[in-house]
Design a binder for this molecule. Structure first.
Ligand code: NDP
Length: 292
């Protein structure tokens, strides 16, 4: 059997960010300095880390980032007003509302309020619909990052059987739509699926986005399959806290031809594609400037 290939998400993300930095320079030369607004409501510690990383990454690429930190008890109307203002602000090309939002705020109403042309998370219904029609739209960052890793690893994906474990709006469903667009045969499985393991074992490509630590082991993996692990689960083990994926990495290595580690796999690609989406959004907002 060929040696196992570790899919290095950090290195892949660095390549994407280098592309972004070069495109930002080109945009600035054409007179447009791209800007990303990041909105954080409340003080969820994980969200604070994510937002900090996004802002840092944006600055490294030369994208101006504008942070809007609001208290946890912010009224929904006030948040909607901020989004409305950002929608109308020409210096803001991308708007990201960090999820989850506090319970008193209707998440879907907020996501629908973001202009589809500035929707760098790809969560607006117009972009979700566009993706399912196979149109070029702003696409959720995590599945877009997974697709790039798969293309880098496998080349042409046409005809491959991909099994996506999980059907969330953020990862599973858009992942399935992107794989379908790339001409894969796609099976989506979820918590109510029967014969999960058998279905998974037929896959050339497995994307696990479940949120269950180490659910997928070697028995789920066809020898030679490529495995993308989206899961980020914090567990206590050997007296310490650590991050593990939805795939039992050590076990899956026995069968996988290539696999992403956690951390250092999909995570860095998510942020890199947020930057890419910010530039894509800026271009959508300036259709008359083809040189951007
Ligand atoms: P959700 O909880 O929204 O969705 C999980 C999906 O997995 C659901 O469709 C659920 O099925 C399905 N599921 C749950 N348990 C099982 C099971 N035992 N067998 C089969 N399917 C099951 O999670 P997300 O999609 O938001 O995230 C998934 C994971 O990815 C999490 O660990 C999250 O932290 C991580 N993540 C990582 C990102 C990154 O940048 N690397 C970005 C986003 C998420 P059902 O629909 O029936 O309930």
């Amino acid at each position: 059997q060929a040696p196992i290939k570790l899919i290095d998400g950090k290195a892949a993300a660095a390549r994407v960010l280098a592309e972004v930095s070069a495109e930002v320079r080109q945009m600035k030369a054409a007179g447009l300095a791209p800007g990303l607004a990041v909105v954080l409501v409340g003080q969820d510690p994980a969200s604070q880390v994510y937002v900090r990383n996004k802002v840092l990454r944006a600055e490294e690429c030369g994208i101006r980032s504008l942070e809007h930190k609001l208290p946890a008890d912010t009224a929904e109307a006030e948040l909607l007003q901020l989004i409305h203002t950002l929608n109308g602000d020409d210096s803001v090309n991308g708007i990201l509302v960090q999820l989850p939002l506090p319970g008193h705020i209707d998440e879907s109403r907020v996501l629908q309020a973001v202009s589809p042309l500035k929707d760098v998370d790809g969560f607006h219904a117009e972009n979700v619909g566009g993706l399912s029609q196979g149109r070029e739209v702003l696409t959720p960052c995590t599945p877009a990052g997974c697709l790039r890793l798969l293309e880098d690893t496998c080349g042409d994906l046409a005809g491959k059987h991909a099994v996506v474990i999980g059907r969330s709006n953020i990862v599973g469903k858009p992942m399935a739509a992107l794989l379908l667009k790339a001409h894969c045969t796609v099976t989506v499985v979820h918590s109510k699926s029967a014969n999960l393991k058998d279905l998974c074992r037929q896959a050339d490509i497995v994307v696990a986005a479940v949120g269950r630590p180490r659910l997928v082991d070697a028995e789920w993996i066809k020898p030679g399959a490529v495995v993308i692990d989206v899961g980020i689960n914090r567990i206590e083990e050997d007296g310490r806290s650590k991050l593990v994926g939805d795939v039992d990495f050590d076990s899956a290595l026995a069968h996988a031809a290539a696999i992403t580690p956690v951390p250092g796999g999909v995570g860095p690609m998510t942020i890199a594609f947020l930057m890419k989406n910010t530039l894509a959004a800026a271009r959508l907002q300036h259709p008359a400037q083809p040189n951007l």
